[in-house]
Design a protein around this ligand. Sequence first.
Ligand code: HEC
Length: 198
Amino acid sequence: MKKKAILYTALLGGALISSTLFLSGCGGSAEASTSGISPQKMADGLHLVMKSDRTIYTRNVVNRLVKQDKVIKASEHWADDKALPLPAQMFRMGAEMVAKEPDAGFSYSLQSIWPINQQNAPKTEAEKIGLQYVIDNPGQNYYAEEELGGVNYFTGVYADTGVAAACIDCHNEHKDSPKTDFKLGDVMGGVVIRIPID
Ligand code: HEC
């Protein structure tokens, strides 16, 4: 666990720094400075990267090209429609790729208590409580430990916010959306990150 956590810190937080260090042959010092990272710290770091990528894709690709410049659509059937994949689909493609890595050491998903896709509804107790918690407590994350299938996990739930007009317009207008009055800046769901702990 500790070894994996160290690796992720190097991969995430210090991607640039550590690659410079590795190139100059001082990889060891990058490891030494990040030893003892907690599951929470690791989940927070993972989430920061996910949130940044997700926000940038939505603002600088989807919102700009679909809403402002109106040159392309975003569609659930993006391959057939020659359109942009939805932000949630981009997110899931990444999550699925990680899930194929046997030694990934974490898994993640995008969920909501108002899901367009029922498969994105919370399932475990921690997911249900966590998704409600991030709605009721703006700016705060929810952390829990849960046992699933005989394995103990650290679970972090992070608010997923309507950061661009494209987010709320698409959800409010979608035929399968159980909620149709999202406003800019509303918490629309949450990112769930799960890390096995010993
Ligand atoms: C063009 C339409 C569109 C845009 C833009 C869009 N979404 Fe979605 N979103 C969807 C659809 C459709 C799904 C279900 C996709 C699936 O799981 O296959 C979804 C899934 C989600 C989910 C998972 C729960 C659910 O509803 O199934 C969350 C949370 C979410 N979107 C939030 C956002 C946020 C925040 C943004 C902006 C950063 C955003 N969406 C932008 C259409 C959109």
